[in-house]
Write a protein that binds this ligand. Structure first.
Ligand SMILES: [Zn+2]
Length: 384
């Protein structure tokens, strides 16, 4: 059984610009409404850095300029109706100040790279985020717990401080790693050697990529494939590039989340430029399964490839997809539909879920012991 997990990073533009109502609340309402029609579950990864700033602004001024009330109500709606809310942290917002004229949040670039912060600072930030989400969501769902985490810019390198801080705050799941992913800029990580692209593992505190059978925190990776450029090129990816160009970060050279890899150094001559472009087309790139950028057909194909590779072991396997409310357009809503229909139509092989549906302990010793022979091959299913 494959459990499809839709995780959505719930945040305004990385530049600190934009209306939370337009970029977060409105698209997430459409997402929840659409998912409800298919029994799909959304896991909102709420960026607590900015939400706490919005809340504080409303309390200090008496004006809810950043729609904190609507945000809190939306988080409660989600948990009340079987969706989930978990912790996402952009640490650069904790000391952010507001430019009152433009409504832009000036972030603290010293705290941009989450994983490089001290253990004490990380523990404080994580504890505040967890406390806020539990206070906000428990009135709607008394059993609600915050136990899963995604780092800003997927930054879990260096690992020791952040892994220990999360485990000490009672977290059992991290979902930041995407195999093959690499950044070497304001944040630096290299997930080339990640233990798996799909199967959760107990994390070695010295390196999130490595498996340690005694680890306290489990990695549920965002499913990623190495494919040539054209396999995942869609109108939505182009839209996202344009959106990012229109809302650049004020800091110099920050990682482009579109690229999903370290930027190559610019070639000097014209010929080198052409060769570089050709190489770019031919080379394989890591593509996260992004439900705001892939078409429904691309998502179905990805799920079938996973099923063909991993079969049906006894333990359910998480197919973790990522999205961003700010890129969930009406067009995206339309092209996602075939995937929702496909998963809903095959309840014998797939289901929708949240992290609470998994017992991480089942992955502590790897899957080999839990694997049993599949009846029909996944490729036979694929032909249906
Ligand atoms: Zn984010």
């Amino acid at each position: 059984m494959y459990k499809v997990l839709f995780t959505s990073d719930y945040e305004i533009h990385g530049s600190g610009m934009g209306s939370p109502r337009e970029l977060v609340v409105e698209p997430t309402t459409r997402m929840l409404d659409q998912f409800d029609r298919y029994g799909a579950k959304l896991t909102i990864m709420a960026d607590i850095g900015e939400i706490l700033r919005f809340k504080e602004y409303a309390e200090r001024t008496g004006v809810d300029r950043f729609h904190h009330g609507e945000i809190a109500e939306q988080l409660r709606r989600a948990v009340r109706t079987g969706h989930d809310v978990q912790l996402h942290v952009h640490s650069s917002y904790f000391n952010a100040t507001l430019d009152e004229t433009t409504g832009t949040w000036k972030q603290d670039w010293e705290e941009y790279d989450l994983a490089s912060l001290s253990y004490d600072r990380l523990r404080e930030i994580i504890a505040r985020g967890k406390a806020y989400l539990e206070e906000t969501c428990r009135p709607a769902s008394p059993g609600y717990r915050c136990f899963a985490f995604r780092a800003a810019n997927w930054s879990m390198h260096p690992s020791p401080n952040i892994v220990r801080a999360l485990a000490d705050e009672g977290f059992t799941v991290d979902t930041s790693v995407w195999k093959y992913g690499r950044y070497d800029d304001l944040v630096k990580f290299d997930y080339t050697t990640a233990h798996s692209d799909l199967i959760p593992w107990p994390i070695d505190a010295s390196d999130v990529c490595r498996r340690d059978p005694s680890g306290r925190l489990f990695e549920f990776p965002i499913y990623t494939e190495q494919q040539p450029l054209w396999v995942f090129l869609t109108a939505n990816r182009v839209y996202r590039v344009v959106a990012q160009r229109l809302n650049p970060l004020p800091a110099p050279s920050v990682p482009d989340p579109m690229a999903g890899r370290a930027s190559p150094t610019a070639p000097s001559s014209f010929r080198a430029k052409i060769a570089g472009k050709l190489g770019m087309l031919l080379r394989k790139h890591p593509w996260k399964m992004d439900f705001n950028q892939c078409t429904g057909k691309q998502l179905i194909d990805g799920l079938l490839r996973v099923e063909a590779r991993y079969g049906h072991p006894e333990a359910p396997l998480p197919f973790v997809l990522i999205g961003h409310s700010k890129t969930f357009t009406k067009h995206n809503e339309r092209i996602l539909r075939p995937f929702l229909e496909y998963v809903a139509a095959h309840p014998d092989r797939y289901g929708f879920g949240t992290f609470a549906d998994f017992d991480p302990e089942r992955y502590r010793d790897g899957l080999a012991s839990a694997r049993k022979p599949a009846g029909r091959s996944a490729l036979a299913h694929a032909a249906e």
